[in-house]
Design a protein around this ligand. Sequence first.
Ligand code: GDD
Ligand code: MG
Length: 390
Amino acid sequence: MTAAVAVPRSSPTQAVILVGGEGTRLRPITSRVPKPVAPVVERPFVSYILDNLARHGVSRAVFSTGFLAEAIEAEIGDGSRFGLEVAYAVEDEPLGTAGAIANCESKLRAGNFFVFNGDVLSDVDLSALAALHVAKGGMGTIFLTPVEDPRRYGLVELDDEGRVSSFLEKPSDHEGTALINAGVYVLEPEVLEMVPRGKLFSIERGVFPRLAQAGSLYGYVDHGYWRDIGTPDSYLQAHFDILESTVYTAVAEEMGSQYLYVDETAQVDPGARVVPPCYIGARVRIAAGARVGPLAVLGAGVVVGEGATVLETVAQAGVVIGAHAQVEGSVLVRDASVGAGTQLVGAVLGEGVSVGAGNRLAGGICVYPGTSLPDNSIQFYEQLRGREGP
Ligand code: GDD
Ligand code: MG
């Protein structure tokens, strides 16, 4: 590592966003779309990260892509839609989190930068994180959040001065609430000198523990909203949090104090009920006697048939829900369809999946793209979240 920088540090105005992972645990939601741009309330997921960056004066983001890189680029483009400049560093093969950051080096300006895991939803105060980084003067400062079970995360211990005393990725045997790496941090460019080029290298295993040992890594503890959207359940919950403004987003601004957005091109029959919080996208049609919400997101062109019920559910663009169907706690990916009278409780239907009439699917069942279930073919009951079974 080189000697301390001569000029006083300032807050970062650029960011690296790590989006090269496969997101396998989020299938079938991510069977046909990369996780970072999976729609969340009709916007690509990473746009929430970009919004937060722009709010805190960051003007440039470099996406570190690999898996399905073109699909991410096609969605995000040059970033102008999101108020900052976006560049891309594409890997031929996965380099690991540290390798992926180092691969962005030529696309970064001089100076320090934020790094984001591309699957984190948070309204963390980036200016406060950056201010602490500048004040402490370490090589890196990590945003830390408490979780009840840290075993899926990077477990972090701090000393009395806010210095990271240990960093342990995916500890096998820790019990109880602890601080973890929330997947957002500030790094000085000198850190890249610790990363061997052209081979798989993890920042969590290869860099953070060494920086901690050298006393040059700090933690910024924030008890505000934080969630990673790694599973269908947390994907669904992220929607609820956005609808309820538990996390501050641009969507909350659009919805206002009524917690309701109904696009002006949507057609809601006067005999239908829409119960907030709810987001009803463009050209949605809701028939008489239907009840939508609370906690429903209907993407562009969704059709809800007569007498159907849709609550605590995300139906992406093009989904069709038949008459008297009951859909609850479910995710319906683009163009999926549900036949008349079918009940879905806690189901995930992949893109274009068609479930015929008179079926009952429940209990976290995931149906992958390419599947068509005939009418009256599956009857699955399960007591879910305390609801009564049949
Ligand atoms: N470009 C690139 N190349 N990106 C990668 C690679 C790679 O080889 N490997 C992972 N990523 C990206 C993923 O797309 C994701 O956005 C981010 O890096 C983190 O990888 P995950 O696979 O999601 O890791 P994790 O969730 O198990 O653990 C990480 O996040 C936790 C917080 O959610 C770690 O950073 C933990 O320490 C942390 O607590
Ligand atoms: Mg993750």
